[in-house]
Design a protein around this ligand. Structure first.
Ligand code: 4NP
Length: 165
């Protein structure tokens, strides 16, 4: 739910193309960072896909393994696709790359209030995409993505903790 006087939680939806690699990782890592900071009651955190290919599926096994290696279990998550309701129910829709932003903006209802941003830009002021590890050639692609998302998650909490979305 968006933040109101009656509901002080900031609602954050992480979005990527498939919702099996980057956005489930971001959901899990940001939730972990928030819990470690004792702020779990201040946030509602979910993730979603722009595409429909993997609806109902768990995250990619390589992403689950990388997250587990860093102490975050994302194995219980299941892919869902973003819907028009999300634009009313979330304060912040955080995308992983420019094409996610374009796809999300294309379906945003005109009167909806959610802000649409990119993760690295919003958290760190870096005009950088989180690359899709599903298609990366590097053997350590999933680890690279973890490191980006972990850094951004800490910066995002610091930013949201002190101000509005
Ligand atoms: P994600 O990666 O957007 O980080 O979840 C993807 C994984 C699979 C596909 C697309 C993106 N796919 O088309 O199957």
């Amino acid at each position: 739910m968006p933040t109101t006087a009656a509901n002080s939680k900031t609602a954050i939806l992480f979005v990527c193309l498939g919702n099996i690699c980057r956005s489930p990782l971001a959901e899990g890592v940001f939730r972990h960072v928030v819990e470690q900071a004792g702020k779990a009651d201040k946030f509602h955190i979910e993730s979603a896909a722009t595409g429909s290919w993997h609806i109902g599926n768990p995250p990619d096994a390589r992403m689950i393994e990388t997250a587990i290696n860093h102490g975050t279990d994302i194995s219980a998550q299941r892919c869902r696709q973003i819907s028009p309701d999300d634009f009313y129910n979330f304060d912040l829709i955080i995308c992983m790359d420019h094409s996610n932003v374009r796809n999300v903006e294309a379906i945003k209802p005109n009167d909806a209030s959610a802000r649409i941003v990119m993760l690295m830009d919003h958290a760190l002021g870096q005009d950088e995409e989180v690359p899709d590890p599903y298609y990366m050639e590097a053997a350590d692609g999933f680890e690279q993505v973890y490191q980006m998302v972990f850094k951004a998650s800490n910066a995002l909490l610091a930013k949201l903790d002190g101000s509005a979305v």
